[in-house]
Design a protein around this ligand. Structure first.
Ligand SMILES: Nc1ncnc2c1ncn2[C@@H]1O[C@H](COP(=O)(O)OP(=O)(O)OP(=O)(O)O)[C@@H](O)[C@H]1O
Length: 266
């Protein structure tokens, strides 16, 4: 990696990024088209868009797992040209090892680092306490509910102390109530630890609940359609007028909102 000039405020800079995947018939599939995005340190960004708009492609490029066809990505002024494993953690949805206890699963991300066994245990205990699972440290993943397993996965991702956490539809498989509980949890942890989080979702309400800014994408080819600030204090109330107004604004961006022709008689 080498240092380049960049806008002072920007921590992650995505400049003119295009990604073409070759197809079998030798044509190209344009997954991302001239994407520009600037993300500040500590921001919570949600990438929101329909299937196929290039959200996962963009996460992989930020993580350095693949390279842009044109354009560039800088993290803290350094060009991303390989996986940035020391500063980025990809949240692994179903990556818990069934034969390991909860605490040993959390320690997993620390084993690659040169950290003593005792210190690993102390760090893992801290993060298990952060997600409210201290009493389950000796259990195995199969003994926990889906939501609890996700919290172990969050503890494991954060225990590695990354600057940036990339999350690709992390809560997609959870039922609505569990999902809301874990959304509360991730926003609380984010407020406490101030990591930069880039979170992919299809769920408009989830994006409004979590994000500082919502990046709205459209497919074929994947482009940033608009960026919406969510200037609501946390913890957000999903039923407040301001929340619903922003949610409506996002619906309008996707042209999902019916014209308002309802008359109310109360
Ligand atoms: N390895 C690949 N080879 C060829 N085409 C690919 C590859 N990965 C993704 N694509 C194509 O690029 C486009 C964007 O895919 P991507 O998975 O990034 O979208 P997405 O927004 O994350 O979709 P989803 O919400 O369904 O996960 C799609 O048209 C997809 O078919």
């Amino acid at each position: 990696m080498f240092k380049m000039d960049q806008n002072n405020e920007s921590f992650i800079t995505i400049e003119g990024v295009t990604k073409n995947y070759p197809r079998n018939d030798k044509t190209q599939s344009l997954a991302l088209d001239k994407v520009d995005l600037s993300i500040k340190k500590g921001e919570f960004i949600c990438l929101l868009g329909p299937s196929g708009c290039g959200k996962t492609t963009l996460l992989n490029l930020i993580g350095g797992f693949s390279k842009p066809t044109t354009g560039k990505i800088l993290i803290d002024g350094e060009l991303v040209d390989k996986p940035s494993v020391d500063r980025i953690t990809i949240f692994q949805n179903y990556g818990l090892l069934p034969w390991r206890s909860v605490i040993k699963n959390v320690e997993l991300g620390l084993e690659a680092k040169k950290i003593s066994k005792e210190e690993r245990k102390t760090i893992a205990e801290e993060y298990l306490s952060l997600v409210g699972l201290t009493d389950f440290s000796k259990h195995h993943p199969s003994e926990l509910s889906g939501g609890m397993q996700q919290r172990v996965a969050i503890a494991r991702a954060l225990a590695a102390d990354p600057d940036i956490l990339l999350m690709d539809e992390p809560f997609g498989a959870l039922d609505a109530m569990t999902r809301m509980g874990i959304q509360d949890e991730i926003q609380r942890i984010w407020s406490e630890k101030k990591k930069t989080i880039i979170f992919v979702t299809h769920d408009i309400e989830e994006a409004v609940f979590l994000a500082d800014r919502i990046v709205i994408m459209t497919p074929y080819p994947g482009k940033v359609k608009s960026i919406l600030k969510v200037p609501l204090a946390r913890k957000r109330d999903r039923t407040s007028i301001d929340f619903l107004k922003i949610r409506d604004k996002v619906f309008s961006e996707f042209e999902l909102k019916a014209p308002d022709c309802t008359e109310y008689y109360l």
